[in-house]
Design a protein around this ligand. Sequence first.
Ligand code: V07
Length: 260
Amino acid sequence: MLNILKNWKNQQNAASNLERYTKEDILKGEIPAHIAIIMDGNGRWAKKRSLPRIAGHHEGMKVVKRVTKLANQLGVKVLTLYAFSTENWKRPKMEVDFLMKLPEEFLNTYLPELIEENVRVKIIGDESALPSHTYKAIEKAVKDTEQNDGLILNFALNYGGRTEIVNASKALAEQVKSGTLNIEDIDEALFSKHLMTESIQDPELLIRTSGEIRLSNFMLWQVAYSEFVFTDVLWPDFKEDHFLKAVGEFQQRGRRFGGI
Ligand code: V07
């Protein structure tokens, strides 16, 4: 009985924000193996400071490195970050051009450290449509980190969730048409293998920053059973404390998969 009361009290403290989660606290609980993040609020962060939107994107890039380092220290296996959606091409050309230079700047600055930290870089999304300078830098990073078996830093770049599902359907339809696959053998496991995440497990935790409460076409299939944590913090302000708090919130939730 005493334990029940203690647990209840701990939960109340955590829920009421009284408690600051430390890395040590978080490491005592279940660490989500895969965390996905919609890094929103870069433009708004810049606007608040009367800076151009690109200044927000640039600041956001630095946060990517900090969060990657902490996720790796916590023992997270996969960190998927929504860096550029298929809809983002509609932004002003100048902003798109700037965004397409960020992967190179990020890798020029941080790739040696990522290698040091045993991080493996992966990409989901249609890379073929990226400018060749962007594509080449990313491919080099993917290749240079192929042997690393620490955290997988998975960037969603020119990614769209519906297109991903449509493409998986097309691939399976082709196999049925050519007689190499029976319709009866299509199940969720096989379908999953034809998504761009392939062998990567589904995220247990999805975080979206900046107060927007929607999915925006991100990992539609994969987040079927994920816990969602939404925070008002803008991505460039999202620091270690906020990341620990999101994981702490995940740890407080009872995960049931529709069972009891
Ligand atoms: C981008 C910074 C983070 C906030 C969200 C938008 C702006 C890192 C990358 C990146 C991508 C691939 C890669 C290495 C780094 C990136 C874009 C935008 C397009 F291999 N941050 N970041 N790519 N932002």
